[in-house]
Design a protein around this ligand. Structure first.
Ligand SMILES: [Zn+2]
Length: 212
């Protein structure tokens, strides 16, 4: 894994970078195994850690196609402050969603089928993030030292996470406008996608775009 940006960890006593790193390493393990089972090689994404001030237009997790997964540590700290009990899993899901976009990129690059629309592309990434979560927890049960991410109360906390991210990005407390749900899928669809992934043995069940 290549880290594109380093930052002064000592300036942030509760630095979330190690938790982001642990989620990324776990995602690399699971995707590598899934790709290897299909005789493919999985090149892990490069990672860019940023720290933009609140409400900065670029302050959000994202995937720069073919270049890097970008994680904003300030945003992760906000998630940890808002969801102290579930922050580990919610942070990992944010990371895993962007990693799933990397898998979609690899498939498009290799001439494989892609999702048919923007919301389908996003829901596929949500589902693949759920798949990774299930895999990581199965590995935790089988392997000492492997990371575990609690899924308790996830159904209740995911809508709050989506709303919190929207409010942090747009300074608005109202529900996201339709234009956003058209892009990402409505909350209910997103939660269903994560749950579907959690129960899927194979990420291909989430859609051809994330098939290893
Ligand atoms: Zn996305």
């Amino acid at each position: 894994m290549v880290w594109l940006a380093s930052h002064d960890a000592s300036a942030y006593p509760n630095d979330p970078a190690p938790r982001v790193r642990s989620a990324l390493e776990s995602a690399t393990i699971e995707w590598s195994e899934a790709f290897t089972a299909q005789d493919r090689r999985y090149p892990a994404p490069r990672v860019m850690l940023t720290r933009h001030p609140r409400h900065h237009p670029e302050r959000a997790a994202g995937y720069y196609r073919g270049l890097a997964v970008a994680i904003d540590l300030g945003e992760i700290e906000d998630i940890e402050a808002l969801f102290p009990r579930e922050s580990e899993t919610l942070t990992a899901l944010v990371v895993a969603h962007e990693v799933a976009h990397h898998v979609q990129f690899l498939n498009i690059r290799d001439g494989r089928p892609a999702a048919s629309s923007a919301p389908a592309h996003e829901l596929e990434a949500d589902c693949a993030a759920g798949w990774w979560l299930g895999r990581a927890n199965a590995r935790h049960l089988a392997t000492t030292g492997a990371a575990r991410f609690s899924t308790e109360g996830l159904e209740r906390q995911l809508p709050r996470l989506f709303q919190a991210l929207y409010t942090l990005h747009h300074r608005r407390l109202d529900a996201p406008p339709r234009v956003m749900t058209r892009l990402h899928g409505a909350d209910g669809e997103r939660i269903a996608a994560v749950q579907r992934g959690l129960e899927a043995a194979d990420p291909a069940l989430c859609g051809a775009g994330v098939a290893p």
